[in-house]
Design a protein around this ligand. Structure first.
Ligand code: NAP
Ligand code: MG
Length: 403
C-alpha cells in the first residue's frame, strides 16, 4: 500500500508515564504503517520540561498557533511528591493550563460511546459534549471570613476616576464574603470557540446560566453569546443547527430527558461539576476525549484522562498492563482528520474515519481492555492487554483500508 501523504505537519506533544508508552505503541501500530506522518515534535515529558525550564511547553503552544492542529499526550502536573521523584528545579505549572492560556481556548469533552456500554441515563443515545468556560468566577475569587458585625460593600474605581459602590450586606454577626469577576474578552472568546466547534461538529449548541437571579453578571454572558451568535447565524441556518439559551435548571432537566448529540456550554463552575457528572454517567474516564479550541480556530486534541500512574508502575515492574488507549487513539484521529480537512486531503480524512471505525469494530466484537470488561452488556467481553488490543485494531484497520 502507498502511504497516505500529508502537507502540513501536526504539532505532536509527547507526555509521561503509561500514556507515553501507549503513545509510541499507537504510532508504531496504527499510524506510521499507513501515513507518511509529518509532525513537529515537542517532548512535554516532565524530564524535558524541567531541562528546558518549561520553555518547551510554551514553544509547543506557539507552534499550535502557527500550524493550527496539535495532538497531545497526557502529562504529569507536578506536586510535592513529583518534585522529589523527578528532582525538579521548580514545581512547573500544568502544561494544559499553560497551553490553554496561550491559545485562549475552551475545552470540549466528549465521551466515546458504544452500544454495549449503556449510559446511566437510559434515553441517552448520542454523546453529550460539555464546553466549560475556563476563566474566572469562583476560580479567581477573593474571600473574607467575616468575623462579626460590620458593613460589606462592592467598590469599582475606574481608571478614569469613575466610582461605583453597592452595599453587599450589613452583617449583624459572623459570616462569609466573596468577590469574583469575569471579563467580556474572555466570555467573548468562549462564545467564539463554542460556535466554531458546533459548526465544526455539526451539533446544536445549548448555553445556560442563572440570569434570572444574576441580572448583571450572568446576564452579560447571555448578552455576549447573543451578540457573537449573529456572526455565526447564517452558517447555523445553512447547516440546520440551532443555538439556544436557557436557564441552568431548565438545561439540567432537558439534558436528562434528551437523547444527547449536542454541545452544552457551561460557566466555569457549572462545567466543572456537570462534566464530571455527564462523563461518569456515560461510563468510563478512559473513553473520554478532549479538544481545546481557540477563538481563532486552532485545535489541540488529547485524552481527558491522566498518565495512568498506577498502571505505569506495574509496567515498570514488568507486569502485564491493560490500559485503554481509546481516548489517545481518538486524539490522533481527531488531529489527523482536522489536518486533512484544512489541507483538503480526503485520503487523510478517510484514514482518520477508518481508524475510529476499526476501534469500534474491535470493541463491537467484545475485544476490550480490562477497564471496559465489567461495563459491557449483550456481548461476552474478552479482556486483553494494551498490545493485543492495538494489534486487534490494526488487523481490522488493514481490512478496512484493504492493505
Ligand atoms: P489518571 O491518570 O486519569 O488515572 C486515574 C485512574 O483512572 C487510573 O488509575 C485508572 O484506574 C483509571 N484510568 C484512567 N485512564 C485510564 C485508561 N486509559 N485505561 C484504564 N484505566 C484508566 O489520573 P491520576 O492518577 O489522578 O493522575 C495521574 C497523573 O496524570 C498525575 O500526575 C496528573 O497530574 C496527570 N493528569 C494529566 C492530565 C492531562 O495531561 N490532561 C489529566 C489528568 C491528570 P485503575 O487504577 O483503577 O485501573
Ligand atoms: Mg472537577
Amino acid at each position: 500500500m502507498k502511504k497516505i501523504m500529508m502537507t502540513t505537519p501536526v504539532v505532536e506533544m509527547d507526555g509521561d508515564e503509561m500514556t507515553r508508552i501507549l503513545w509510541k505503541m499507537i504510532k508504531d501500530e496504527l499510524i506510521l504503517p499507513f501515513v507518511e506522518l509529518k509532525t513537529e515534535y515537542y517532548d512535554l515529558g516532565l524530564v524535558k520540561r524541567d531541562e528546558t525550564r518549561d520553555a518547551i511547553t510554551t514553544e509547543a503552544a506557539e507552534a499550535t498557533k502557527r500550524l493550527g492542529v496539535a495532538v497531545k499526550c497526557a502529562t504529569i502536573t507536578p506536586n510535592a511528591q513529583r518534585m522529589t521523584e523527578y528532582n525538579l528545579h521548580e514545581m512547573w505549572k500544568s502544561p494544559n493550563g499553560t497551553i490553554r492560556s496561550i491559545l485562549d481556548g475552551t475545552v470540549f469533552r466528549t465521551p466515546i460511546t458504544i452500544p454495549s456500554i449503556k449510559p446511566a441515563v437510559k434515553n441517552w443515545k448520542k454523546p453529550i459534549t460539555i464546553a466549560r468556560h475556563a476563566y474566572g468566577d469562583v476560580y479567581k475569587s477573593v474571600e473574607i471570613r467575616v468575623p462579626g458585625p460590620g458593613k460589606a460593600t462592592l467598590v469599582y474605581e475606574g481608571a478614569d476616576g469613575k466610582r461605583e459602590e453597592v452595599l453587599v450586606h450589613e452583617f449583624k454577626g459572623e459570616g462569609v464574603l466573596q468577590g469574583m469577576h469575569n471579563t467580556d474578552k474572555s466570555i467573548r472568546s468562549f462564545a467564539h470557540s463554542c460556535f466554531k466547534f458546533a459548526i465544526d461538529t455539526k451539533q446544536d449548541l445549548w448555553f445556560s446560566t442563572k440570569d434570572t437571579i444574576s441580572k448583571k453578571y450572568d446576564a452579560q454572558f447571555r448578552v455576549i453569546f447573543d451578540e457573537v451568535y449573529e456572526e455565526y447565524k447564517a452558517k447555523f441556518e445553512e447547516l440546520g443547527l440551532t443555538y439556544f439559551y436557557t436557564l441552568i435548571d431548565d438545561a439540567v432537566a432537558r439534558v436528562i430527558r434528551s437523547e444527547g448529540g449536542y454541545i452544552w456550554a457551561c460557566k466555569n463552575y457549572d462545567g466543572d461539576v456537570m462534566s464530571d457528572m455527564v462523563s461518569t454517567a456515560f461510563g468510563s474516564l478512559a473513553m473520554m476525549t478532549s479538544v481545546l479550541v481557540s477563538p481563532d480556530g486552532k485545535y489541540e486534541y488529547e485524552a481527558a484522562h491522566g498518565t495512568v500512574t498506577r498502571h505505569y508502575y506495574k509496567y515498570l515492574k514488568g507486569e502485564e498492563t491493560s490500559t485503554n488507549p481509546m481516548a489517545t487513539i481518538f486524539a490522533w484521529s481527531g488531529a489527523l482528520r482536522k489536518r486533512g480537512e484544512l489541507d483538503k486531503l480526503p485520503e487523510l480524512v478517510r484514514f482518520a474515519n477508518e481508524l475510529e471505525a476499526a476501534c469500534f469494530d474491535t470493541l463491537g466484537e467484545g475485544i476490550v481492555t480490562k477497564d471496559l470488561a465489567g461495563l459491557m452488556e449483550g456481548v461476552a467481553p474478552q479482556a486483553v492487554n494494551s498490545a493485543d488490543f492495538l494489534a486487534a485494531i490494526r488487523t481490522r484497520l488493514e481490512r478496512r483500508l484493504e492493505v
